[in-house]
Ligand binder design. Structure first.
Ligand code: AMP
Length: 279
């Protein structure tokens, strides 16, 4: 695996590979890698000749400085995991490399309507604008044919799909299934901060999303939402921040059950967990 800190040398390498007729797949991450991230690298390997993974903890998508500072940084372990699945290139830029003129780099986000301000966007103002800014910068540097993202962060995936279309980028975006622990809990670097008891309780999130799926034909939307929230909150210490059932393309309210997705954010032990399920 080749590691680049410099975008100049990364872009030069990519140009050379493209001249040789190779296809490029890209997996952007913030590191602290687990099997969820690795599943994306494996899928990318199957799709393209060269797989590039980036690790960059992007300051512009954190709305709390404290969260940015305490984000886990495990580069040695990450490198080992990536080598084990034959990732070809690791891009680990510094903040200065990504934002040489400061984070206020004049990025013009495409107008995607209110999808940035609902669900996650309502509780994490500015998060998606920062995410689009960094994904745009990374895509300029990596110039990939295929972009791999996890459906675990469903709204992020939906926004990136719309952004890529609006920016007329010539690449295919792939949304990959959420990898879960055996309990059903979606894998996340945040799970490490849960107590053993917390991890057991957190499994109720996926169980409740499945309950919605099983009951969607029998119950009204409000009853489905209420039932799922009650199931999650019946576990001591769990608090639902939002739980919504919406159309899976534009994340808007819809009566078309065939196109539904349920998404939620839940607090437990001061940790915010997100999950979703296509119904
Ligand atoms: P992050 O490092 O958290 O920014 O995530 C990098 C990529 O990995 C994103 O596209 C995430 O959606 C994806 N990802 C994170 N957790 C999982 C998971 N449990 N299963 C599948 N993909 C995931």
């Amino acid at each position: 695996m080749i590691s680049y800190k410099s975008s100049f040398y990364l872009s030069k390498y990519i140009r050379k590979q493209k001249l040789l007729g190779k296809t490029i797949a890209f997996v952007p991450t913030m590191g602290a890698l687990h099997l969820g991230h690795i599943s994306l690298v494996k899928a990318a390997k199957e799709k393209a000749d060269i797989v590039v993974c980036s690790i960059f903890v992007n300051p512009t998508q954190f709305n709390k400085q404290e969260d940015l500072l305490k984000y886990p940084r495990t580069i040695d372990a990450d490198s080992k995991l990536l080598k084990a699945v034959s990732c070809d290139v690791l891009f680990i830029p510094s903040i200065k490399e990504m934002y040489p003129k400061g984070t206020n780099n004049g990025f013009q986000a495409p107008d995607l309507g209110n999808i940035l301000d609902i669900l996650e966007g309502e509780f994490r103002p500015g998060h998606f604008e920062g995410m689009m800014q960094v994904v745009s910068l990374l895509l300029d540097k990596v110039n990939c044919d295929h972009l791999f993202m996890g459906l675990k962060d469903y709204q992020q995936f939906a926004i990136c799909s719309l952004m890529i279309k609006a920016q007329k980028r010539k690449l295919e975006i792939h949304g990959m299934p959420t990898i879960r622990e055996s309990s059903g809990l979606a894998m996340s670097s945040r799970n490490e901060r849960l107590s053993a008891e917390g991890r057991k309780k957190a499994a109720s999130i996926y169980a409740s999303l499945n309950w919605v799926k099983e009951n969607k034909d029998q119950l009204q939307i409000e009853n489905l939402k209420q039932g799922a929230i009650e199931r999650i909150e019946s576990q001591d210490g769990m608090q639902v921040e939002y739980l919504e059932i919406v159309d899976k393309d534009l994340l808007r309210p819809s009566q078309d059950k065939k196109n539904w997705i349920v998404l939620c954010a839940v607090w437990l032990e001061n940790i915010r967990l997100i999950d979703n399920l296509i119904l």
